[in-house]
Design a protein around this ligand. Structure first.
Ligand code: ATP
Length: 295
């Protein structure tokens, strides 16, 4: 009778018991902690909406959703949104679906452009504010996921996270829909988005000229689903402290190739908040060394 009968646990209809199995099987130390975390998702399109659904099903405590767009019929080649939601703001439509799936998650809808002066102010405030609408008390957010499709919005997420000293994970899918990536950005510790600008930006090409009028970008729910999965997997590892969080993970769908690499911060970065965070990181080296020794 040394063998434990697991059948009673397996047939349990509560979805949390399957998530809690991660703890029983020794993967995660304390899965329950997921209920205390807040994640901000910027861009509720092909990647962001799927990431939001995965986190909702995982029992995340609170999700803050940002997008300026409304649901269109043209979005139906992707996952998540439904035809009856056409015309709704993407953030409201997401809150509608997600609260049905898991009413325990505290959801906040921000239908706005984060790159305007007012939008940036609201965005940064929301990342540090206390949530006053719920019985649970959340202060600030623990992680930002960037799921936008343009350089300007990514630079704004970078600015906000460098100022607040907040870790974020950037994601992207290529215009031809057959590759994508995720990148972990810890202010002061890893390269920020301004430390190593993308090649097109470094070479001075205006992003708008790359999108030809009338030529529609390709999109596959598969590639976007894979990137959303990699993004949330690494977000869970980061928050619940298990496994290894990839600093950069690429996905080439044609070859099923997943390149990885890591990037150090640029000492000559053009972003002043990044330089401040870099100085702080260097000054904390004795603390890190002592902690490593104690282990
Ligand atoms: P398409 O543009 O091809 O119709 P999409 O708009 O859904 O598709 P995705 O790449 O799937 O594009 O998702 C990116 C999401 O990021 C979009 O929903 C878009 O509205 C949002 N987004 C982009 N820039 C901003 C911004 N500055 N502020 C808020 N949301 C943004």
């Amino acid at each position: 009778s040394k063998v434990k009968d697991m059948s009673a646990e397996v047939v349990d209809s509560n979805p949390y018991s399957r998530l809690m199995a991660l703890q029983r099987m020794g993967i995660v130390k304390d899965y329950e902690r997921i209920r205390n975390f807040s994640i901000a998702i910027v861009g509720i399109g092909g990647v962001g909406s799927v990431a939001a659904e995965m986190l909702t099903r995982c029992g995340i405590g609170r999700l803050l959703l940002y997008d300026y767009d409304t649901v269109e019929l043209a979005n139906m080649n992707r996952l998540f949104f439904r035809p009856d939601q056409v015309g709704m703001t993407k953030t409201d439509a997401a809150v509608q679906t997600l609260s049905d799936i898991n009413p325990d998650v505290v959801l906040e809808s921000y239908s706005m452009n984060i790159t305007t002066v007012k939008g940036f102010e609201t965005f940064t405030k929301s990342l540090t504010c206390q949530n006053t609408h719920s019985s649970k008390h959340f202060i600030g957010v623990d992680l930002v996921l960037s799921c936008v499709d343009n350089y300007e919005a990514r630079m704004v997420v970078n600015q906000a996270c460098n100022e607040i000293n907040l870790t974020w994970i950037e994601s992207g899918v290529s215009e031809d829909a057959v590759s994508g990536h995720i990148q972990l950005l810890i202010p002061g510790e890893t390269a920020c988005f301004a430390c190593v600008p993308p090649l097109v930006v470094a070479s001075g090409v205006d992003e708008k000229t790359l999108k030809r009028d009338g030529v529609c970008a390709a999109s596959l729910p598969t590639t976007m689903g894979v990137i959303a999965g990699l993004l949330v997997q690494n977000a869970l590892k980061f928050l619940l402290k298990f496994g290894h969080v990839s600093p950069y993970l690429g996905y080439n769908a044609l070859k099923d190739f997943f390149p990885t690499m890591s990037m150090k911060p640029n000492l000559q970065c053009s972003n002043n908040s990044c330089l401040d965070r870099q100085r702080e990181y260097v000054s904390r080296k004795p603390e890190r060394d002592a902690a490593a020794k104690a282990k």
